[in-house]
Design a protein. Structure first.
Length: 362
């Protein structure tokens, strides 16, 4: 029988900080049990998926506790459970989707859609159930990026079944229309189509639904902010000044509609020549960090301007799926963990615990 006390174990745990939360697991509420017998057994239940670093975290915590407590027999049981987080006031959560995360940009051409699809794949690789909704009605790109060109099946209840691609549940207007034809629709038709794609798809028990928004702050963005239950948003930018000007508009819009901005992703941070290996910051340096600091939001990560990333999505086989252990894929997975960890610190959604009250006339 070990001679250490539970209080000693808790003090040791309080000195071990999560690499993404910037706080200890005891304070975060992730320590579910501490059992002291012939061995010290600790059960950890993270609020974000971490398959890529699970063994690393266990090894680091074990070594930390051995050094402080002087105990050699330690068993760490580490897993994760994704919960539903709060959404905008007055918007009803969807029963089969725990969290909706909007991926946005102030302007086009910053690689937002490529980032969105790889981010969804990265969350899936980390151990979450993930869906991807292409909200660009005028120019849907996700079917091509995912390498899927087929119509979704329709159930007896006239609902759409999500199209499976690389382990993701996906939906896009590109599955339903001829992508070569111009979508000459006015604003109300576009926003109505977005709501139909979301609400009339039979999503299956998703931890996260990534919504790839079109660039800007127009009708679709406002519809998402006012009528779709969003747990948080992510802004994709490049380091250049002209892109950062539009980032301000996107952040301001989400702040006005009370959707928390979980962080920024700086894309095309640096270019490495495929011939000589020379690195050059084509779009400038430090812009994403400066903007994140100004608005007091995390910089979730920086991605390179890489020819392979573009080639892989053009072929329908994005980086995280085609080369899961490549340096680029590991960057996306690190950003995904960072994002999910930031979301895990947001307020919980308690509306699911209350019954829905319906008043009917006799």
């Amino acid at each position: 029988m070990l001679t250490i006390t539970k209080s000693q174990v808790e003090q040791a745990l309080a000195a071990f900080h999560d690499p993404y939360l910037k706080q200890d697991w005891l304070s975060a509420g992730f320590v579910k049990s501490i059992n002291i017998a012939d061995s010290l057994v600790i059960q950890i239940l993270l609020g974000y998926p971490a398959a890529g670093i699970r063994e690393q975290l266990i090894a680091q915590l074990t070594q930390h506790l051995q050094q402080i407590l002087g105990v050699s027999s330690i068993v760490i049981e580490l897993d994760w459970k994704i919960i539903s987080h709060a959404v905008q006031m007055g918007v009803q959560s969807l029963p089969q989707i725990k969290n909706i995360i909007a991926v946005a940009s102030g302007k086009g051409g910053v690689g937002k859609s490529t980032t969105a699809v790889n981010l969804a794949l990265a969350l899936s690789a980390e151990g979450a159930q993930v869906g991807l909704l292409d909200a660009d009605i005028y120019g849907p790109s996700q079917p091509m990026m995912l390498g899927v060109q087929k119509r979704p099946e329709v159930t007896e209840r006239k609902a759409l079944l999500p199209v499976m691609a690389h382990g993701l549940q996906t939906m896009s207007i590109g599955y339903l229309v001829d992508t070569a034809s111009a979508m000459v629709w006015r604003g109300p038709m576009v926003t109505g189509a977005l709501q139909q794609l979301l609400n009339e798809t039979e999503w299956q028990a998703l931890d996260y639904l990534i919504i790839d928004l079109p660039p800007g702050t127009g009708d679709i963005q406002l519809t998402l902010a006012q009528k779709i239950p969003v747990s948080g948003a992510v802004i994709v930018t490049t380091p250049q000044d002209i892109a950062l000007l539009d980032v301000r508009k996107a952040i301001t819009m989400f702040n006005k509609v009370k959707v928390p901005v979980l962080g920024m992703i700086e894309n095309m941070s640096i270019h490495t020549c495929s011939q000589c290996g020379h690195q050059e910051a084509i779009f400038g340096t430090g812009g994403g960090r400066q903007m994140a600091d100004e608005y007091r939001i995390p910089l979730l990560g920086q991605l390179p301007l890489d020819l392979h990333i573009r080639q892989q999505v053009d072929k329908g086989n994005p980086s995280v799926a085609s080369e899961p252990m490549s340096a680029t894929a590991l960057l996306y997975r690190n950003i995904a963990r960072n994002l999910a960890a930031c979301l895990s610190l947001q307020a919980k959604n308690y509306t699911r615990l209350f019954p829905k009250i319906v008043i009917e006339k006799e």
